[in-house]
Design a protein around this ligand. Structure first.
Ligand SMILES: [Zn+2]
Length: 250
């Protein structure tokens, strides 16, 4: 703690250590000073104008987010963040959203649990279980469970199992189930369009439906840009957010 010529108390905060004097020696805070002189909070020579509590809360949230986004499993989210393609504010609201905010039901809890597992890439897929419990899941032949009927050259129809590794991405892009996923995507866009129509009929038309349908976030093709597999990590793309704002959402 130090006192300037006007007897204002100045606290200098480093990210996680409070330094009370210019010489970095710790001193006891004289709380009586605060009754007459408002403290001035500074962060690396910049005056902090927001309330100290919310400021420190933001600092810790930034630290935890930074730790999280730098995890190896979040490489994809990290690169999308660098491309400014994720709306983190909406993503956070979506992951923690429950139907009834006043109470917690088992169904709500299960929904949030599932979203967090998708978000953190911790769905118990076979690939993940092989890493977690190599003593139990130790057969490299155990791959995706899906199988399809294949017609062979002799006319016989045989059940052929998908030989791809079961990863979180493969769940939504497996060749055996990809047609069903396309139907789900189509129905999702129709549902969004119907909800937009109920909000403001004047802003939706066949053109707006095409505009929604053409967004990259419905694409099942793996690319550098945001695609459907990123949707299934519970990430919300910035461009979808902006389109919804254009249609009158707030
Ligand atoms: Zn498969």
């Amino acid at each position: 703690m130090r006192t300037n010529g006007h007897r204002h108390v100045i606290l200098i905060f480093s990210p996680f250590v409070i330094i009370y004097s210019p010489t970095h020696s710790l001193r006891t805070i004289n709380y009586q000073s605060f009754s007459h002189h408002l403290p001035l909070l500074k962060w690396t020579h910049t005056v902090v104008e927001s309330p100290p509590r919310s400021f420190m809360k933001s600092c810790y949230q930034v630290k935890y987010f930074n730790d999280f986004i730098n995890l190896t499993r979040n490489n994809r989210s990290f690169s999308l963040t660098q491309l400014d393609q994720i709306c983190w504010h909406t993503t956070k609201q979506f992951v923690t959203f429950t139907e009834d905010s006043t109470s917690t039901s088992f169904i709500d809890s299960l929904h949030v649990q599932f979203k967090v597992k998708c978000f953190t890439s911790l769905l118990p897929t076979l690939n993940e279980l092989k890493v977690r419990r190599p003593d139990l899941y130790n057969n490299h032949d155990w791959t995706c469970f899906n199988s399809s009927h294949m017609k062979h050259f002799d006319g016989s129809i045989r059940l052929t199992r998908c030989r791809a590794e079961e990863t979180a991405d493969h769940l939504w892009s497996c060749p055996v189930t990809v047609d069903k996923i396309r139907v789900i995507i189509r129905n999702t866009v129709l549902r969004i369009h119907a909800d937009l129509r109920s909000l403001d009929k004047s802003k939706v038309s066949n053109i707006s439906m095409d505009r929604l349908m053409q967004l990259e976030c419905w694409s099942l093709e793996k690319s550098e840009s945001f695609n459907f597999l990123d949707n299934m990590r519970c990430l919300i793309p910035n461009f979808l957010f902006k389109v919804l704002i254009d249609f009158g959402c707030s």
